[in-house]
Design a protein around this ligand. Structure first.
Ligand code: HEM
Ligand SMILES: N=C(Nc1cccc(CNC[C@@H]2CCCN2)c1)c1cccs1
Length: 365
């Protein structure tokens, strides 16, 4: 809950930033007076379309945990602030996926739905991402699918979803809570989700029979976009994947698909002792498989070396523009080969910003 005085403080800071970074917008004083009046009268204020676009881009530029910020100023913004009903929001989320996927040439995009307003909380998307795989099983160590999504899968079954065929990659429906509404679920249309089969680059021992796959577009849907004191509670955004997210975390973590032992066995590695570094060798091969499979499928994906170099270019360019870049070292450094990437060999200031993507209070993260 934000007090009106706090909203004005952040609104003023944002409007001044907007006019400073967009000189064609002219003198900020008239806009500041209008915002102040609207706030006094209604307890909130509406961003102009241009302010919304710039605010969403600045929030990305301020995301301290994001290594991919070089292209912050080319984010595509889909303004859907008029939508408040769950079915309309779900439909636009699926259209977002189609547009962002773009046949494999992934385009960083955000869709902004109605914000919080006094006495009228904004809509919420319960799903962490627009595309999620089911996690079935009531015992922690025995899961079919993505164990991270066991709570969402349970919630869906509780909402009447019949469940999928029971494969390790069943697509979960999207869960949306419209304004003054209960949460509802919507099956994801097949034409909105592009998936990539993961096979070994050398095709040595055929992994095809394994049935490994991952979806092409990462789209975070459970964060809140805060711009100048206004909270856009449902504003799904996507970029492209960095290979390590899939190969070193989603498919490798013991509380996810936990595939390192199986990969090692298929590679004939000695898994009897840590000293053989079998986990490390399995990680490299799995990450090579992810990058090669996405490349063959013509789907945009970044490797952690290239993305690290881009991030340092971003730091240099922001420095030249007189802006400081905040970053969270523990999230920026990739989960494999850390010291082999340039982002490892320096420190960062992890300073907060008012215009940012934040986790809803009380969220699991
Ligand atoms: C264009 C390609 C992009 C790449 C390669 C990229 C890469 C990443 C990676 C690897 C992470 C860490 C994720 C994890 O470890 O779970 C991350 C975090 C993040 N990214 Fe980016 N990103 C991109 C675009 C974007 C865009 C378009 C936005 C928003 C408009 C964004 C906002 C964020 C935020 C807010 C986080 C932190 C999430 C959290 O706190 O849980 N990124 N990014
Ligand atoms: N490439 C991406 N990855 C990403 C970005 C933000 C957040 C996340 C999900 N983070 C949570 C996971 C789960 C545990 C540790 N990481 C992924 C993007 C997603 C949306 C825009 S870029």
């Amino acid at each position: 809950h934000v007090s009106e005085a706090r909203v004005w403080e952040e609104a003023e800071e944002f409007v001044r930033l907007f006019h400073r970074e967009n000189p064609h917008a002219g003198d900020p004083r008239a806009r500041l007076a209008a915002v102040r009046a609207e706030l006094a009268e209604t307890g909130t204020y509406r961003h102009t379309p241009e302010e919304l676009v710039h605010g969403a881009r600045v929030a990305w530029r301020n995301s301290n945990r994001c290594i991919g910020r070089l292209y912050w100023n080319s984010l595509r913004v889909r303004d859907r602030r008029g939508l408040t009903a769950a079915e309309d929001i779900a439909a636009e989320c699926f259209e977002h996926l189609r547009e962002a996927t773009n046949g494999g040439r992934v385009r960083p995009t955000i869709t902004v739905f109605a914000p919080d307003a006094p006495g009228r909380p904004g809509p919420l998307i319960w799903s962490e991402q627009l595309v999620r795989y089911a996690g079935y099983g009531d015992h922690p160590s025995v899961t079919v699918g993505d164990a991270r999504n066991r709570p969402l899968t349970e919630a869906l079954l509780g909402l009447g979803w019949p469940g999928g065929p029971g494969t390790p990659f069943d697509l979960l429906p999207l869960v949306v809570q419209g304004v003054d509404d209960k949460p509802r679920w919507f099956e994801t249309p097949a034409d909105a989700v592009l998936e990539v089969p993961i096979r070994h680059p050398d095709g040595r021992d055929d992994w095809a029979d394994w049935g490994l796959r991952w979806h092409a577009v990462p789209a975070i849907s459970n964060m809140c976009l805060e711009i100048g004191g206004i909270h856009y509670t449902a504003a799904p955004f996507n970029g492209w994947y960095m290979g390590t997210e899939i190969g070193a975390r989603n498919l490798a973590d013991t509380d996810r698909y936990n595939l390192l032992p199986a990969v090692a066995r298929r590679l004939g590695l000695d898994v009897s002792s840590d000293r053989s570094l079998w986990k490390d060798r399995a990680l490299v091969e799995l990450n090579r498989a992810v990058l090669d499979s996405f490349d063959r499928a013509g789907v945009t994906i970044a490797d952690h070396h290239t993305e690290s170099r881009r991030f340092l270019s971003h730091l240099e360019r922001e420095e030249r523009k007189g802006r400081e870049v905040g970053a969270d070292w523990s999230w920026i450094v990739p989960p494999i080969s850390g010291a082999a990437t340039p982002v490892f060999h320096r420190t960062y200031e992890d300073r907060p910003s008012a215009t940012a993507y934040v986790h809803h209070e009380g969220a699991q993260e």
